[in-house]
Ligand binder design. Structure first.
Ligand code: XCC
Ligand code: SF4
Length: 639
């Protein structure tokens, strides 16, 4: 294709059709003028495969690959005889395996870091929340009275390590769930032992010629997913809090306007908070600041993107430049001097865009290199070696900036950092024994229920649009919304993470928000912090008056623009924990199959939640509201 053909092709995509994010629109238009392609263009040019989209194909062995008919799913079987239900459940299982592996691997890295800090050989980080450490240790049955913090911490490391390595028994954090939920899991045979074991077992059970009954495989799907939510993710969140501090509300700025034309701009994009924390130390180093100034910059401006950015926004108020579908677009500003990435959700396409605009892109994690992108390994024993180098390279790029700079001016403010502890404090007081204000307000109907709206953005739907419309509709109907991940940035850009947004809420929720001074939409952090939602629902059950298992609560979850396997694992652990969960975009199971019915209807009969699907945000809201009202009726509220 010649350059002019390519420009023509790029210009056929109208930015306003693919995103409601004003700054991303501007940068996409600029990218087109510059002849630069992004994932939005590629999505438009790559039609999703209709068979793969519905998960109606299998390539688990060389007798295939086998393609079944997604329109007439029982008309064919694979060469081995595998039915549509076997093929779909195996594919789904592998998505859960990969998603769970991602969060548990992240959690295990956090545990290794924590172990290094506790043993004293890692010196660049320290325990910053001992209160949390003692509380979690106590919860896991570790003696805490009259003991040194480091002693308790050593026992806590050993206990939390079981999350990964235990071969028999139950994951430590299973204890946190309501008794009835735990019993339901035991009865269904889905209590995870250790994440490594579950991921190993699910991988073998999906090999050719293994588990070919979706009603049996679902048990391992649930067990693996639960090892994510109540295992890897929960450990990552809790250790993150112990090391970097438990979040409490902080005002932060989001959107591309957080870049500064006259400063050295550095973006950290990824998932592990340690890289970001060390980068924060580097950019505050007087020597490096002096170097930046010597090169003509006013200073060094550090901003986040995606999940580690959310952790740092929640804990330290570090500005956040945008969510997953803005990571290429932001490079088009020409203002990003360096972007350092670690793990997960790093598009390979970033390399080319960075190259076009002279941004120095670095990978830092041994598990995630990108071909052709320089790698500066981040080592926890000497973290500053990596982060200082990135800063130096960014300063160099600043000094030699050649590309014209075009930073969209828009910045939005929001309140972030609602940990489950803070939600308790704000809306709970003492949550054991008598009802809390949160439960009271749900019981009296001022708040109808709670919805978690989380997850990615995806170029197959208009970026941010589904998130924003859905959340607006929910709060208008007096449903309190809690958020994690990229979704939270969508809503922050729309201004809904501010107390002033209370006027968009229904009268009941608005009254509660105004009394407490809180936004109707609460940002809880990164995707691993979905575990905070699990803990919050446990607290709601413990506070009383709303039934005795998670499945009894008037709550619902949604990932309206999901794209990753991690999102599928998260959805599955919410379903297995008792939460109605609805996804948008597309769903990787053919309707009218037995596996679909199992996921969308039958799990609920076992005391779990269930899956649902809708593309349109208003349909999605209506379904979530209907579910919440159904649960209210079952609890005998509003009589
Ligand atoms: Fe990735 Fe965590 Fe999805 Fe965002 S929400 S696109 S998984 S960065 Ni987690
Ligand atoms: Fe085909 Fe069966 Fe092999 Fe899958 S496992 S590719 S369905 S023959």
């Amino acid at each position: 294709m010649s350059k002019s053909d390519k420009l023509q092709d790029l210009n056929s995509l109208n930015p306003a059709d693919v995103t409601i994010c004003e700054t991303t629109q501007k940068m996409l238009a600029k990218a087109h003028r510059d002849g630069v392609e992004t994932a939005f263009d590629r999505a438009a040019n790559m039609k999703a495969c209709p068979i793969g989209e519905k998960s109606a194909c299998c390539k688990h062995c060389a007798m295939g690959p086998c393609r079944l008919n997604a329109k007439d799913p029982y008309s064919k079987v694979g060469v081995c005889g595998a039915t549509i239900d076997t093929i779909q459940s195996r594919n789904f299982a592998r998505m859960v395996a990969s998603g769970t592996a991602s969060h548990t691997d992240h959690g295990m890295e956090m545990l290794n870091l924590f172990k290094g800090v506790v043993s004293g050989h890692i010196k660049d980080y320290e325990i910053s929340d001992t209160e949390k450490l003692i509380q979690v240790a106590g919860e896991l049955g570790i003696a805490t009275e009259d003991r040194e913090v480091l002693d308790i911490a050593r026992d806590l490391c050993a206990e939390m390590e079981k999350t990964y390595t235990q071969i028999e028994g139950e994951l430590p954090f299973i204890k946190r769930a309501p008794k009835k939920t735990q019993e339901m899991w035991r009865e269904a045979g889905v209590v995870p032992r250790g994440a490594m074991r579950e991921i190993m077992e699910i991988t073998t059970r999906t090999h050719m010629g293994m588990d070919q009954d979706h009603t049996n495989l679902i048990k391992q799907i649930n067990r693996t997913a639960l090892a994510d939510g109540w295992g890897g993710s929960m450990v990552a969140t809790e250790i993150g809090d112990m090391l970097f501090g438990t979040p409490y509300p902080v005002v932060g700025e989001v959107n591309m306007g957080v870049l500064k034309e006259d400063e050295v701009n550095i973006i950290i994009h990824g998932h592990e908070p340690n890289l970001f924390d060390s980068m924060l130390a580097s950019v505050n180093d007087p020597e490096l600041i002096a170097k930046a100034q010597a090169s003509g910059a006013k200073g060094i401006n550090l901003v986040g993107m995606c999940c580690s950015g959310l952790e740092m926004l929640s804990r330290r108020g570090v500005p956040h430049a945008g969510n997953f579908m803005s990571t290429e677009a932001i490079l088009v500003t020409g203002a990003v001097d360096a972007m350092a990435v670690d793990v997960q959700c790093i598009k390979q396409g970033l390399a080319k865009v960075a190259d076009c605009y002279g941004t120095k892109l670095f990978t830092t994690n041994p598990r995630a290199h990108i071909e052709g992108v320089p790698h500066i390994e981040f080592e926890e024993d000497y973290p500053r070696e990596c982060t200082d180098t990135v800063v130096e390279m960014a300063i160099k790029r600043y000094a030699g900036r050649t590309a014209p700079i075009d930073i969209p001016k828009r910045k939005d403010k929001g309140v972030f950092g609602f940990s489950h502890e803070y939600i308790n404090y704000m809306l709970g007081g003492t949550f054991r024994g008598s009802y809390t204000p949160l439960n009271d307000n749900i019981i009296n109907g001022r708040i109808r229920g709670v919805a978690g709206v989380v997850g990615c953005t995806n170029p197959r739907v208009k970026q941010d649009y589904v998130h924003v419309e859905l959340v607006k509709e929910l709060i208008k109907n007096d449903i309190l919304v809690v958020q994690t991940g990229c979704s939270q940035i969508s809503l922050a850009k729309a201004g809904l993470l501010t107390p002033e947004a209370a006027h968009l809420a229904g009268p009941g929720l608005a009254e509660v928000c105004e009394t407490v001074g809180m936004p109707p939409v609460l940002g809880l952090g990164a995707c691993v912090d979905n575990s905070r939602i699990l803990t919050a629902v446990c607290n709601m059950v413990a506070a009383g008056g709303l039934g005795d298992s998670i499945a009894d609560l008037p709550v619902a979850g949604a990932a309206p623009e999901w794209m990753s396997e991690k999102a599928i694992a998260i959805g599955q652990y919410f379903v297995a924990s008792g939460v109605y969960t609805i996804f948008g975009v597309t769903f990787p199971i053919v309707e009218q199959t037995k596996f679909y019915k199992l996921m969308f209807e039958d799990l609920e009969k076992q005391g779990m939640g269930k899956w649902d699907f809708a593309v349109d945000p208003h349909d999605m809201a209506a379904k979530m509201i209907a579910h919440i009202e159904k649960k209210r009726a079952a609890l005998g509220l509003d009589k």
